[in-house]
Design a protein around this ligand. Structure first.
Ligand code: NAI
Length: 507
């Protein structure tokens, strides 16, 4: 006969606790659900039954048999194999007290998991008799739907406890990303740049929130833009998380919040929950969509000879999608020459003005797309109106809407994604998590279309480094300092010959 599954003691029956109890029950574990608030327990039970009976009408009886609702931990049967998972108030002293009581009750060798999202697992562990038994088990909301669990190793966590929590998460159908206990773990750390750099772009008046959101969706392939996502999370919550992470990294400028956030919070524009944030919400309010550049009829009719110099996937795909005839030459300097009008380049971090003065000809800069063959919008900046009209006409033929933005270094998608990638490289460099776990966490925990190491490899890490170094030269702001790991993977010599060594083998 197979061994009965280990009992799970979930402490806290709120949003997360009831989700964790549900997945444990669905996997066949006996579950103690503990919360001093009896109303929370009753609400949790009925929510769990409703959700589970949707899939299996017989699940109600099963829940009654296996779910044990308790207002006090000490009412639980003392099976020493019990795994405790706390999902209570996000306060260090409260979590320490509750886990200490759990260790007293189930025995000091029992495994204690914490679902903390922002506290140090090492610090929580320091409050229990045997810190080696404490491991972070960071679920994402809603727990039954989100596949990612960050398994967080505190300074004193032992391998056996980490392995047991990993096995448990996997048994529950979750995908595990292993991470050391650092502020923000993987997801809440690496994702900071998604918001932070977007806010910078608005501060610099590069584009409006609706334009940046549209570019991140249509050129970046993200399901939601940063501003609509901040409105969904709540600007107060997002601002608080940003401030916590920033303070935890000793006010590193990479994580600095934006004055735009403090203003919007001060105004009470917290997002969807208050009906107004960066955007307005309400039954009759539609999502604001930015207006793309008009297509100039004369430019559309004009016959311009185009030559693709060098190879660049995005430039080649644009010409192919537009269905135009074009010449080709070998070159180390990828660009489309609009003969007699100027050149089109993908941003490498310099402004269009700088590129124009370097090349001695009109230049139009295109932003990067993550999937050039399916992108439906792109940002651009140009020093020359006739060249811009010609490129906008070409983009129109390719089914791509053009969004002129201010001539800022790195434009929009390339700049935001390079900053996220930089944080990912730094996270791996400090051995907080592996590149594979970071990519996995960002895809499953935040619904990114691909992981930052995957897009570094697609664009090539030397291009990401080149863009960051250009940002640094433009702003002299330490937030743009490139990770040493990225620099090592894409050394200066490879910049010259275009042979970037890629992430996975180098971090
Ligand atoms: P919640 O406010 O929905 O639920 C917390 C529950 O804990 C309440 O039912 C409360 O009665 C109970 N509680 C408070 N003190 C207790 C104690 N001493 N003993 C037993 N129960 C106690 O909170 P939520 O959102 O479920 O968050 C819980 C934890 O999960 C926090 O640490 C949070 O940071 C973390 N987390 C939250 C996520 C989210 O999206 N809500 C995502 C990932 C982690």
């Amino acid at each position: 006969m197979s061994q009965p599954l280990v009992p799970i003691c979930v402490i806290g029956a709120g949003t997360m606790g009831r989700g964790i109890a549900q997945v444990a029950l669905a996997s066949g574990h006996p579950v103690h659900l503990v919360d001093p608030d009896a109303a929370q327990l009753a609400a949790a039970e009925s929510e769990i039954i409703t959700r589970l009976t949707r899939k299996d009408p017989a699940a109600g009886a099963l829940v009654e048999e296996r779910l044990d609702l308790l207002t006090d931990l000490t009412q639980a049967r003392t099976d020493p194999r019990t795994i405790v998972i706390e999902a209570i108030l996000e306060r260090l002293d409260v979590k320490q007290t509750v886990l200490r009581r759990a260790a007293d009750h189930f025995g000091t060798s029992c495994i204690l998991a914490t679902n903390t999202s922002s506290l140090s697992v090492t610090a929580i562990a320091a409050g229990v008799p045997d810190p080696s038994r404490v491991v972070g088990m960071h679920f994402f909301n809603p727990v039954p739907v989100m596949r990612l669990v960050e398994v967080v190793r505190g300074l004193q966590s032992d391998d056996e406890a980490v392995d047991a929590i990993t096995e448990l998460a996997e048994r529950w159908g979750k995908s595990v990303a292993h991470v050391r206990s650092v502020p923000g773990f993987i997801v809440n750390r690496v994702a900071r740049a998604f918001y932070g750099e977007s806010l910078r772009l608005v501060e610099e008046r590069a584009g409006t929130p609706e334009t940046i959101d549209e570019l991140m969706r249509a050129a970046g392939g993200f399901r939601m833009g940063p501003f609509e996502l901040m409105d969904l999370i709540g600007n107060d919550v997002n601002f608080a998380v940003t401030r916590t992470v920033w303070a935890s990294y000793d006010y590193d400028p990479r994580f600095a919040p934006s004055l735009i956030q403090s203003e919007i919070v001060a105004a009470g524009r917290l997002g969807r929950k208050t009906g107004q944030g960066f955007f307005e919400y309400g039954e009759s309010v539609e999502r604001p969509l930015p207006r793309a550049a008009d297509v100039d009829a004369a430019a559309q009719a004009r016959d311009i000879t185009m030559i693709l110099h060098g190879s660049d996937d995005q430039l080649g795909t644009l010409l192919t999608r537009a269905g135009v005839e074009f010449g080709r030459t070998e070159s180390e300097d990828p660009h489309i020459e609009f003969v007699g009008a100027g050149s089109v380049l993908i941003t490498r971090g310099l402004t269009a003005r700088e590129e124009t003065s370097r090349r001695g000809e009109p230049v139009l800069l295109l932003d990067r797309c993550l999937a050039p063959s399916t992108a439906t919008a792109v940002a651009l900046a140009s020093t020359d109106a006739p060249l811009a009209d010609a490129v906008i006409a070409l983009l129109h033929r390719a089914g791509v809407r053009a969004f002129p933005v201010a001539d800022v270094p790195g434009l929009v998608v390339a700049r935001i994604l390079s900053m996220i990638a930089n944080e990912a490289w730094e996270t791996a460099y400090h051995d907080v998590a592996s590149p594979g776990d970071i990519d996995n966490a960002m895809v499953l925990g935040t619904n990114y279309p691909m992981g930052p190491f995957a897009w570094s490899a697609q664009w090539s890490s030397h291009r990401v480094l080149e863009l960051l170094d250009a940002l640094w030269s433009s702003y002299h702001d330490p937030r743009y300092r490139a990770s040493f790991a990225l620099r090592t993977a894409a050394p200066a010599s490879s910049l010259a010959n275009g042979q970037a060594k890629e992430a996975r083998s180098h971090v």
